[in-house]
Design a protein around this ligand. Structure first.
Ligand SMILES: [Zn+2]
Length: 211
């Protein structure tokens, strides 16, 4: 089942007011078609009835995969909103892996990682290690997981180097696997925010422990 609501919005392109369908909750087991929409980037997109412009609508979306014991929620707002969302998840008795993410794009990446059987925390740390090797060492650069090729032992990413289309890049799978196998690096189960900020701190702590 999916929870679907309606929002009255004005098209950002032409200003035409209209009702838009907003999916607020996705259950991967019972609504696989909604999950497919999410992965295709078609979820909560306003297709304007007047001018045809497509706009991604900002919405709090809850994703639940009961088979993977996994819950992730898009939380819009500051750290207070994030803390509140986490406490609500805990109060609701959500067990297993809990994640909060700031955008639908970030949720798509989490679901892709879940489907690929990869640990998001080790992927986020891998990104930091890869970005640190760039000449510019830009640890804020957006880089998203695309897919894993286990046969070729490569991870494929898209990196946003500036305006324009993102750059496809690939890296070996081995550094990721070393992180997963490393003792004392995996975050506690209670950690719901596995993002770039978390990963930068985790990489720094790992390097400090080695030295
Ligand atoms: Zn319009």
């Amino acid at each position: 089942m999916s929870v679907v609501g309606t929002a009255h919005v004005a098209c950002p392109n032409c200003g035409h007011p209209q009702d838009a369908k907003l999916v607020q909750s996705i259950n991967a087991r019972t609504a696989p078609e909604t999950k497919a929409q999410l992965l295709a980037g078609d979820l909560n997109v306003l297709a304007c009835v007047a001018c045809g412009a497509r706009t991604q609508l900002a919405a709090t979306v809850l994703f639940v995969d009961p088979d993977a014991d996994y819950t992730a929620q898009v939380v819009l707002g500051d750290h207070i909103a994030v803390e509140h969302a986490i406490s609500l998840m805990v109060a609701a008795g959500v067990t297993g892996t809990r994640r909060v993410v700031p955008s639908l794009n970030a949720l798509v990446e989490k679901v892709k990682l879940l489907d690929a059987g990869l640990a998001d925390w080790a992927i986020e740390m891998t990104k930091v290690l890869l970005l640190a090797t760039l000449e510019e060492q830009d640890l804020d650069r957006v880089m998203l997981f695309d897919r894993v090729d286990r046969e070729a032992q490569r991870i494929h990413w898209v990196r946003f180097d500036g305006p324009g289309a993102p750059v496809p890049v690939a890296s070996p799978l081995a550094p990721y696997e070393r992180l997963v196998g490393r003792a004392g690096v995996q975050p506690p189960r209670s950690e719901a925010r596995i993002d770039r900020a978390w990963a930068v701190g985790a990489v720094q702590a790992m390097i400090a422990n080695v030295n």
